[in-house]
Design a protein around this ligand. Structure first.
Ligand SMILES: NC(=O)c1ccc[n+]([C@@H]2O[C@H](COP(=O)([O-])OP(=O)(O)OC[C@H]3O[C@@H](n4cnc5c(N)ncnc54)[C@H](OP(=O)(O)O)[C@@H]3O)[C@@H](O)[C@H]2O)c1
Length: 311
């Protein structure tokens, strides 16, 4: 008797877990899908009708089932959620997505009898932040309250800042002038995790029926002095520090930037990035305790490896 025949005889109904994934065509989402498939899960990726991004075809080739669905239609979403062990959201957007779309997805998951939901949080610990200090995280807290009131188990993945941003948008490690730019204290510990590690952890959590309400991870916790040392080591050239000012000054700069360039429809306008940095430098959303050891097979990428990718 072959092994698959044996398995079918012992567990006649056993099938790999089915995970429904919204936002699978995004940067984080498609990596979550890949990790789920590598772990043997079945992935049903919900995509907007007519989505022609290359990620759709890649996901299909890798074994995901692509389901085009109208995200405004709770009935259609409910049908798309049937039989799932967990609904994972990795969508990105403002109120219409984070609160409104995710509420429809939540209602659909509940209606379909799905036992677990992972919202698109993937951030610093917004549960510890005052309302008004970060527009995007206020939306996550608002949706989180709806999630807490719903008859479904929820798990938020909190991972700090995507480490990858240090070599892209985040104006912290300034390679050109060899300085680490900061506000407040150079000794404030900050949480960083790569997008790849966040995806690997989320996939593991999606397949783990015992997860708590919040899971907190950080690929590396570093102060500004730590960033300075890491940048110096990987480049072989000494990096200094550049203190832009106090947290009060940063708050004033956020207000001024928001007034001058409000960009209300942009998900990540400059003033919102500044809010994120302000939050981090206050220390309030520091992640603790960390759940890094929960899935021992995940190797956490250190800062030095990410900084070393800068040519
Ligand atoms: N901690 C951090 O430093 C950090 C940094 C960046 C992002 N994040 C978070 O990570 C999560 C994923 O972000 P990402 O960078 O992977 O985003 P992304 O690449 O922009 O992908 C967004 C995904 O959401 C989908 N989506 C957006 N609006 C939609 C709508 N109205 N209806 C249906 N689908 C919609 C997109 O689908 P289409 O293909 O149809 O457009 C896409 O699949 C978000 O929660 C984001 O805030 C965290």
């Amino acid at each position: 008797m072959t092994e698959p025949e044996l398995v079918t005889q012992i567990h006649p109904l056993a099938q790999p877990a089915l995970i429904v994934l919204a936002g699978a065509t995004g940067d984080l989402g498609h990596r979550i899908a890949q990790h789920l498939l590598q772990r043997g899960a079945r992935v049903r990726a919900l995509v907007r009708p007519g989505n022609t991004k290359p990620a759709v075809e890649t996901l299909r080739q890798q074994g995901a089932t692509i389901v085009e669905v109208d995200f405004n239609d709770v009935g259609a979403l409910t049908y798309a959620c049937v039989d799932a062990a967990c609904v994972v959201s990795a969508v990105s957007g403002l109120r219409d997505v984070i609160v409104d779309l995710q509420t429809r997805l939540l209602d659909a998951a509940v209606a379909a009898g799905v036992p677990r939901f992972i919202p698109s949080d993937y951030s610093i610990d917004f549960t510890k932040l005052p309302t008004g200090s970060n527009r995007n995280l206020d939306l996550r807290r608002e949706f989180g309250q709806r999630l807490d009131g719903a008859p479904i188990a929820a798990t938020s993945i909190l991972n700090g800042m995507f480490m990858d941003l240090l070599t892209e948008q985040a104006p912290m490690v300034l390679f050109g002038v060899r300085r680490v730019l900061y506000w407040g204290s150079a000794d404030q510990p900050l949480d960083f995790t790569t997008i790849a590690n966040t995806a690997a952890f989320t996939a593991a959590a999606a397949l783990d029926a015992t997860t708590p309400r919040y899971l907190r991870v950080a690929g590396e916790v570093a102060t500004v002095r730590g960033l300075q040392a890491a940048a110096t080591t990987v480049t072989g050239r000494r990096f200094g520090r550049l203190r832009a000012g106090s947290l009060w000054l940063l708050k004033l700069m956020i207000q001024a930037t928001r007034r001058l360039a409000p960009a209300p429809d942009e998900v990540f306008p400059p003033w919102q990035g500044m809010q994120y940095l302000h939050n981090m430098f206050t220390g309030a959303p520091k992640l603790a305790p960390l759940d890094n050891a929960r899935y021992p097979e995940i190797r956490w990428t250190p800062l030095r490896e990410v900084l070393a990718t800068v040519p």
